[in-house]
Write a protein that binds this ligand. Structure first.
Ligand code: F6R
Length: 352
């Protein structure tokens, strides 16, 4: 059941602290300050990594590429439907990682089967034990989010992000005590967002807008994409997410006083440049919502602030995403949408 929540989606948003604890359980050894994922023990350090995924899982994959590149492993994320083993050379030492909540997505399975066919090592990062992806890949790492009923992926996205933090750390042996400590503190920080988010009021203010834009850099760029996808799916409103620098290369033409812009600015994600982008939209009269861990410079330009507790630079965007989930949820709720089963969408997409 929904445990007293109006929708599974809201319940699942609130389950995120638990989902993260489950994902980390017995994998992060705090005393030794290390990350040890059993299922990865036999995966050797790859020369490069190719992610294949769709939708929200693709956004997690984009996040994963940055984690790996920061640790010296070249990594690329492909939309599974665009992945073509004949066009994308797969070296002997490449690891192809399918990120798929259900483990059944046809596009992702097609890409993984192609990778298997040419002899690549494949790894499924999935939520479903015994799924096609788990069975057909050489290795499987479970994100352990528990069943997700809402069509819109929420807790499984967070769990994928955390699984990829562990994957990148474990594959390279690089994590650092700060990351381990920050992972331990993450569920509590997300809980504090769930307990005191300004998202509902912001949703009330902006629910009838012409469009919603989301911008961010670095680890926040995939979060901007995910914020927009969630908004589209459950509110049916026009929403777009961009790497903040792209705004001026075209989308800025759409910005008016009826298009709120959500600016993600958290530690380490180049606030100065993003604030420059915020000023550009402010000049055009766009309402600005800063999603930030206390950056006063962006708050100065914002009509509203969604607070992100301070965390590790790679993890603050994970928390920021929760704020965006709540905004989409409350906009959809106030518009009376079919939140758990949006029109035209299915939980598991088994056609190509
Ligand atoms: C968005 C959403 C979809 C899925 C996509 C991939 O909320 O749920 O975009 O993320 O269909 O599904 P999986 O992860 O099962 O491969």
């Amino acid at each position: 059941g929904k445990s007293g929540y109006d929708h599974y989606m809201l319940k699942e948003i609130h389950e995120q602290p638990t989902a993260i604890r489950q994902c980390l359980s017995e994998r992060v050894t705090e005393l030794e300050g290390c990350i040890d994922v059993d299922s990865l023990a036999s995966v050797s350090v790859p020369d490069r990594v190719q992610f294949v995924a769709c939708g929200t899982s693709y956004h997690a994959a984009l996040y994963g590429t940055r984690l790996l590149r920061e640790r010296g492993v070249p990594a690329t994320a492909f939309l599974a439907s665009e992945y073509d083993v004949d066009a994308v050379p797969i070296g002997d030492d490449a690891l192809v990682v399918g990120v798929t909540q259900s483990g059944e997505t046809a596009d992702t399975m097609g890409a993984l089967r192609g990778a298997n066919r040419v002899g690549a090592t494949t790894l499924a990062v999935t939520n479903v034990v015994g799924s096609s992806a788990a069975r057909e890949c050489d290795h499987a790492m479970y994100v352990r989010a528990g069943p997700e009923i809402g069509v819109a992926a929420t807790k499984t996205f967070v769990s994928q992000q955390i699984a990829l933090v562990m994957l990148a750390s474990e594959l390279t042996g690089e994590y650092g005590d700060e990351l381990v400590a920050a992972l331990r503190d993450l569920p509590g920080k997300i809980q504090s967002v769930l307990d005191a988010s300004a998202a509902r009021g912001i949703a009330t203010e902006y629910r009838d807008s012409d469009a919603f834009f989301f911008i961010g850099r670095g680890y926040n760029a995939p979060v901007a994409l995910e914020g927009a996808l969630k908004m589209k799916e459950i509110t049916y409103r026009h929403a777009e997410g961009f790497a903040a620098g792209e705004l001026k290369h075209g989308p800025l033409a759409l910005v008016t006083d009826r298009t709120p812009v959500f600016a993600l600015v958290t530690g380490g994600s180049n606030p100065t440049k993003t604030i420059g982008n915020v000023k550009e939209v402010e000049t055009r009269g766009a309402p600005v919502v800063a999603v930030t861990d206390g950056c006063a410079d962006v708050e100065r330009h914002a009509d509203f602030v969604l607070e992100v507790p301070e965390s590790h630079p790679a993890l603050a965007p994970v928390i920021a995403n929760v704020q965006l989930q709540l905004v989409s949820y409350w906009v959809a709720n106030q518009l009376g949408r079919s939140i758990d089963k949006p029109r035209n969408l299915a939980k598991s997409v088994t056609v190509e």
